[in-house]
Design a protein around this ligand. Structure first.
Ligand code: PMM
Length: 286
């Protein structure tokens, strides 16, 4: 049986014979999951190298927190945070992705060595993003998004969350391709936690097959998110802190890999690196 069955490939990126692991380096003072820990170029590069050594296939570098309610940083600050880290990791041979909603940051990151642009707004936040990605010729993550962090919780209104996310992602894919991005370079992402409540996130994870029907490789980014906190909450309803959600994250990684996800995006790489390898071994024995 082909181990790449159904997982898909992204033109311009390496191929892995299993679900890939994308490790997160947030160069921010305020991300919900690891805010402040890598808010220094040297520490961030060191952390990215550690994640690669633990089994990350790609490292996703971001300089703007997207946690619910977060306000935006300006572009100069985002560039100051991200570019030296992208450059430092790329120069060490790491496959680097940049997590940004800004065309200018994407463009300079690609010049600094990033090979994938991960835009949580799917090209909606900055009208220059799609032309910049098209001109750069790099792969592009199109995530399901309904608006900036300040207001996203109020947009979590769906009749059928899975059907609506599929429809809205299809529309974004078409817009991105119409804008000149190579369809073979698209990755799709349901955007867990972005304008979604816990039940909606779980419904999307339960129906990754429906997202796979969009025909492009699928990235699942559940790491440490609120819905996992709610699943793990004690009887009094208190969720464990973000950093105590890594075993739950690895469980989602195994489920995602088994459902044919192309990659999972996580903060703690080691448990997920194990999870995707176990999923691969089980797949190989089927
Ligand atoms: N979530 C966060 C940041 N970037 N990128 C993609 N493609 N998908 C996501 O769901 C996503 C993302 C949330 O913040 P974090 O960096 O603390 O996980």
């Amino acid at each position: 049986m082909s181990t790449l069955r159904g997982r898909g490939t992204v033109r311009g990126l390496p191929e892995w014979d299993r679900c890939a692991v994308m490790g997160v380096v947030n160069v921010t003072p305020d991300s919900f999951s690891d805010g402040g820990r890598w808010f220094d170029t040297t520490a961030a590069i060191k952390h990215g190298l550690e994640l690669a050594a633990e089994g990350a296939d790609l490292i996703d570098v971001g300089g703007e927190s997207t946690r619910p309610g977060a306000s935006r940083v300006d572009e100069a600050e985002e560039l100051r945070r991200v570019i030296p880290v992208v450059r430092g990791l790329a120069s060490e041979g790491i496959t680097v992705s940049v997590d940004t909603m800004r065309a200018g940051v994407a463009e300079q990151s690609v010049a600094a060595g990033a090979v994938l642009v991960n835009d949580v707004s799917g090209g909606l936040a900055d009208p220059d993003m799609i032309p910049v990605v098209a001109a750069a010729g790099v792969p592009f993550v199109v995530m399901h998004w309904r608006g900036f962090s300040e207001s996203m919780n109020s947009r979590a209104v769906y009749g059928d969350v899975v059907a609506e996310v599929v429809t809205e992602l299809r529309e974004r894919m078409e817009a991105v391709v119409d804008g000149g991005v190579d369809p073979g370079k698209l990755v799709i992402d349901p955007g867990l936690g972005f304008a979604k409540n816990a039940a909606q996130d779980l419904a999307l994870v339960a129906h990754l097959d429906r997202l796979r029907e969009l025909g492009r490789p699928l990235l699942v980014a559940a790491s440490r998110k609120r819905f996992l906190g709610q699943v793990l909450a004690g009887e009094d309803g208190t969720p464990p802190p973000a950093r105590e959600r890594d075993a739950a994250t690895a469980a989602i990684s195994a489920l995602s890999a088994a459902a044919g996800a192309w990659a999972v995006r996580v903060h703690a790489v080691r448990p997920t690196a194990d999870a995707v390898r176990v999923a691969r071994a089980v797949e190989g024995a089927a």
